[in-house]
Design a protein around this ligand. Structure first.
Ligand code: FAD
Length: 458
């Protein structure tokens, strides 16, 4: 009976454990999770935090107890793997509460240690009221702070998608929200046509956005916790009751690195198509690992729940003898901020510049529904296509009506390596309530073809 050991019990880890047990019911599957929770949807945390009536634990999909009784998977929460002893095929595990260290042998090991939020080395980053949002404990702490301290203001440091989601939900809970971004624009990787609209939406909803502003320190506002905080920036001071630091994540690779496993060019764990590391008995999946980017044709680090679930499932199957391959990603992601949906897939301008690709760029704005149908909203699309071949390289979209699902059309086209003329000919669904006769995806393709024709002539 093979023993499969999984390190980490969230999206990738529990998908891996469940799949291994389903494929090989005789396998003994043991999951070590250092925290108290497993199997929860971190992606749902902002919306849960928005609603004071909901319990953060509602996000737990299956409890450790149910994994044990219904699926036959041994889940040990409060247990941190502190070393991987590859030569002996063992892991060293520390019980968080007692500090006691034990060893357990494995036949196959799956590393699903995820990522940790970056905490810039700012003076005051450890003060009470300065928070990150990564795991369910962070979510619980944030909800408790909102309920008990009742902050009236928050400074969000970092304008990536989690910063945007938190600005939205905390504004909707009535807080005064200031977003501070060090870079010249919000949402790194998104085009100015997209970010301009997001900034306008934030301003319309009363969120103050400051770009090109570096945070220098966080200081107590007074002697008591209730005196709040002072955020010192390159552009002045902000007094606030709460700070959220959302400046990105780093893959948790220390265990893998200490065990001599190879990291890839992105700094995450390098894996092959079967999600094996350089040790044939050790797999890695989710936010700790790289993924093959099908457009770049290179490893990439795009830490998302969608990929973590899929990679976990494949790693779990392969750990019990399958030979499934993870097809890779095309860099698709999306989020909502107030009334706007924002999504992207494939390459952006910075990727194209970095790779030295010859590309055209076409921006267009069109209505989301048929002319005269109530509720139509303008959707702005930016498309990148390769000169010469006309192949789609990437697309981004913003608007208040069905954006993410339209980006999925572009994601499908990227996966199929389609050129813009083939995209223009797609037979997409039409009825007045959900699209004009020519969907904004098709019109964006036509506009891009015009740019390609101009570039061809130039
Ligand atoms: P993690 O969720 O990081 O889990 C890893 C686990 O491993 C952790 O519980 C950790 O405690 C444990 N661990 C680490 N080291 C050890 C050790 N040595 N021993 C034992 N246990 C260990 N993605 C999307 O696709 N769409 C979204 O809309 C979206 N929204 C998000 C919103 C928020 C607020 C956040 C925080 C994330 C969001 N994500 C979203 C990202 C998504 O949640 C992550 O990609 C996903 O959780 C990754 O899963 P994972 O299992 O790889 O890693």
């Amino acid at each position: 009976m093979p023993r499969i050991v999984v390190i980490g019990g969230v999206a990738a880890g529990m998908s891996a454990a469940s799949q291994a047990k389903r494929r090989e019911p005789k396998a003994e599957v043991v999951v070590f999770e250092r925290g108290p929770y497993v199997s929860y949807g971190a992606c749902g945390m902002p919306y849960n935090i928005q609603d004071p009536a909901r319990d953060i634990e509602d996000l737990v999909v299956i409890s450790p107890e149910r994994f044990r009784t219904e699926r036959g998977i041994e889940v040990r929460t409060g247990h941190e793997v502190v070393a991987i002893l590859r030569a002996q095929k063992k892991v060293s595990v520390r019980a968080v509460e007692t500090g006691k260290v034990d060893e357990l042998a494995y036949d196959e090991l799956i590393i699903a240690t995820g990522a940790s939020p970056m905490r810039p080395p700012l003076p005051g980053i450890e003060l009470p009221g300065v928070m990150v949002l990564r795991d369910l404990q962070d979510g619980r702490a944030m909800k408790r702070f909102l309920d008990e301290v009742r902050p009236r203001s928050v400074v969000v440091i970092g304008a990536g998608y989690i910063g945007m989601e938190m600005a939205d939900v905390l504004r909707q809970r009535g807080l005064a929200v200031t977003v501070i971004e060090k870079l010249p624009d919000i949402l790194p990787g998104y085009e100015p046509e997209i970010t301009r609209q997001v900034r306008a939406e934030l301003t319309r909803r009363g969120v103050s956005v400051q770009v090109d502003v570096a945070t220098e320190s966080i200081e107590p506002g007074g002697k008591r916790d209730s005196d709040g905080l002072i955020v010192r920036t390159s552009a002045g001071l902000h007094t606030t009751d709460m700070v959220i630091v959302s400046v990105g994540v780093r893959p948790n690779v220390a265990l893998a690195q200490a065990a001599g496993l190879v990291l890839g060019p992105t700094g995450a764990i390098a894996v092959d198509a079967e999600l094996r590391t350089n040790d044939p008995h050790i797999f890695a999946a989710g936010d700790c690992a790289e993924a093959h980017h099908r457009v770049l044709d290179a490893p990439a680090y795009v830490p998302l729940g969608s990929t973590a679930n899929k990679q976990g499932k494949i790693a779990g199957a392969n750990a019990v003898g399958a030979h499934e391959r993870f097809a890779g990603i095309v860099g698709t992601a999306g989020f909502r901020v107030f009334d706007l949906e924002v999504a992207r897939t494939g390459l952006g301008q910075s990727d194209i510049d970095r790779l030295g690709l010859k590309a055209v760029r076409a921006a267009s704005t069109h209505q989301s529904k048929a002319h005269g149908y109530p509720g139509a909203k303008p959707l702005t699309t930016v498309v990148f296509a390769e000169k010469g071949t006309g192949r789609l390289l990437g697309a981004q979209m913003v608007g208040a009506d069905v954006v993410a699902k339209r980006i999925d059309v572009f994601a499908t086209a990227l996966t199929a390596r389609m050129a813009m003329d083939a995209i223009e000919e797609l037979d997409l669904a039409y009825a007045p309530p959900f699209a004009p006769v020519y969907d904004p995806v098709l019109i964006a393709a036509t506009v891009t073809l015009k740019e390609l024709a101009k570039a061809g002539r130039g």
